[in-house]
Design a protein around this ligand. Structure first.
Ligand code: SF4
Length: 223
């Protein structure tokens, strides 16, 4: 959700996004929404997330997953053993207000891919018709969009991305955190057959323990 975005005639689009989310939840009873909020250090400090969370009526919140995602350019090794307190506080606040357990950049439960862009049919079509697999890696096109709407993918690109899972290395395959981790996204698979490119534990802002506790908390509040 980009609160600085604009719609036609230059009006801020934040209120429109919230209004549309509520409309979807109201009109489609089985709709589930992932509300993605990108953050960096300053966002966590100056934004009042509770005020945003309170905009969606209580009866719909269970169907909304708050997804707090760090802006990838600001990802750094995390030396702290206790995690990012501000982030954990915001995540807990969302849970207390009735939202569903949110994803984290490093850990998630019940997903077969690290990032939504890892899915085989995920497609990014730019304003100029160029085709990519991911919004971050746009230095080389991944396919060509033809006039009839068909996309012909580059076999080389698909082979590079999908021939080996990022966690196919000795360390990840013997790691107890593998089911909630899956290592990095397919765009960053450069690790050896012994160790991953980088271990999620070194970058995690929410510890595995806190992540599991909030999953449990969410489950208990649903039942
Ligand atoms: S990246 Fe690290 S935490 Fe994740 S599965 Fe591999 S070894 Fe385990």
């Amino acid at each position: 959700m980009k609160s600085k975005g604009k719609i036609q005639y230059g009006q801020p689009n934040f209120q429109r996004i919230i209004k549309n989310i509520i409309l979807i939840l109201k009109i489609i009873p089985d709709a589930h929404i992932t509300l993605r909020i990108n953050f960096d250090e300053s966002t966590l400090k100056v934004s009042n997330f509770d005020n945003v969370f309170k905009l969606i009526p209580k009866q719909y919140r269970r169907r909304v997953f708050i997804s707090l995602q760090r802006v990838w350019q600001t990802v750094e090794k995390n030396e702290s053993k206790s995690g990012n307190k501000e982030l954990i506080q915001i995540r807990d606040s969302a849970l207390n207000l009735g939202y569903s357990a949110s994803e984290t950049t490093q850990f998630h439960a019940g997903r077969a891919f690290k990032c939504y862009a890892d899915r085989m049919y995920n497609t990014v079509i730019d304003y100029d018709g160029k085709v990519y697999k991911c919004t971050v890696n746009t230095h080389k096109e991944a396919g060509v969009l033809h006039d009839n709407g068909e996309i012909v993918w580059s076999r080389d690109t698909l082979t590079r991305l999908f021939s080996k899972a990022p966690f196919e290395n000795k360390k990840c395959l013997s790691c107890k955190h593998l089911p909630i981790c899956l290592n990095v996204c397919i765009q960053n698979t450069r690790g050896s057959s012994e160790v991953p490119e980088r271990c999620a534990l070194d970058y995690a802002e929410i510890t595995v323990e806190d992540f599991i506790k909030s999953l449990l908390k969410n489950k208990v509040s649903v039942e």
